[in-house]
Design a protein around this ligand. Structure first.
Ligand SMILES: [Zn+2]
Length: 269
């Protein structure tokens, strides 16, 4: 049945959260997946984070982790830092390239989250890239329409009925967001402490406090666990169902295997 009333509308624009960020470098990605520098920040004081070699290195890992059909959707690569406190910040985000009908994306990395005390947190970086990978495959034009489908509306457009996000939303969020409307619609504006306090009540349903932000984040966080753990996991009830959700899609099982293999290779090298 077509829904005329969409209860949970996620049109919170990513830009409202990106006001506090400073770009250290901005790059165009060409058809051979090579970077062309567009801008670099000369004023920023911390030289170690400004080093373009390390920015190139972070891009190289993306090219080694993602399959070609996803890489070719990335047209821009940006390194930033944010001013948010440690616990309540972006590690990375993707954004649809304007007027590309969600065919192409930029990928944006907060370099300060992955270099700590002169060491590179490789596994944390790869896990973050796996999270962003799911955003790319769930927010592109094959999943999201510019026309009103009558299903979940998000910043990028309207979910198609069979899209991963709409299916996940109907299964895990439709009733949940109605029942918890007292906090769920203002959740992203709460402080880290307030989020953690709420999360302790719902940790049987969500993998971390950030997953409570909205269905887009919940499905991407759940995908991380699906890739990491798979069928043999100790989770019960809804968390188990969230991992099992992905097993309905043979192409996602393929991606899980692909990403796991690439991750293992990157970790040892
Ligand atoms: Zn995310």
């Amino acid at each position: 049945m077509r829904k005329f009333f969409i209860y949970f509308i996620i049109i919170v624009n990513i830009f409202s959260n990106t006001k506090n960020i400073i770009y250290l470098s901005q790059w165009k990605v060409d058809e051979n997946f090579e970077l062309k520098l567009i801008n670099s920040n000369k004023e920023y004081k911390d030289n170690s984070l400004k080093d373009l070699n390390s920015h190139n290195f972070l891009w190289e890992i993306i090219t080694k982790l993602y399959p070609k059909e996803i890489l070719y959707k990335i047209k821009s690569f940006n390194i930033f830092i944010d001013n948010r406190n440690e616990d309540n910040q972006f590690l990375a985000f993707i954004e649809a390239i304007p007027n590309s009908n969600n065919q192409y994306f930029s990928i944006n990395i907060d370099i300060s989250d992955f270099y700590k005390n002169n060491s590179f947190l490789k596994e944390k970086y790869i896990d973050t890239l796996i999270h962003e990978f799911f955003h790319i495959i769930s927010l592109n034009e094959s999943q999201i329409s510019q026309e009103n489908t009558g299903y979940l509306r998000i910043y990028e457009g309207y979910c198609k009925k069979e899209s991963y996000l709409n299916q996940f939303y109907e299964k895990f969020w439709e009733i949940f967001s109605k029942r918890n409307s007292n906090f769920i619609f203002k959740y992203s504006e709460l402080s880290y402490e307030e989020k953690i306090k709420i999360y302790t009540k719902y940790e049987n349903q969500f993998f971390n406090y950030y997953a409570l932000t909205n269905p887009i984040e919940d499905i991407a966080v759940s995908f991380e666990y699906f890739v990491k753990l798979g069928k043999e996991n100790h989770f019960k009830n809804i968390k188990r169902d969230k991992i099992d959700f992905f097993y309905n899609y043979p192409e996602l099982i393929k991606y899980k295997n692909y990403l796991t293999e690439k991750k293992n290779r990157l970790i040892i090298n």
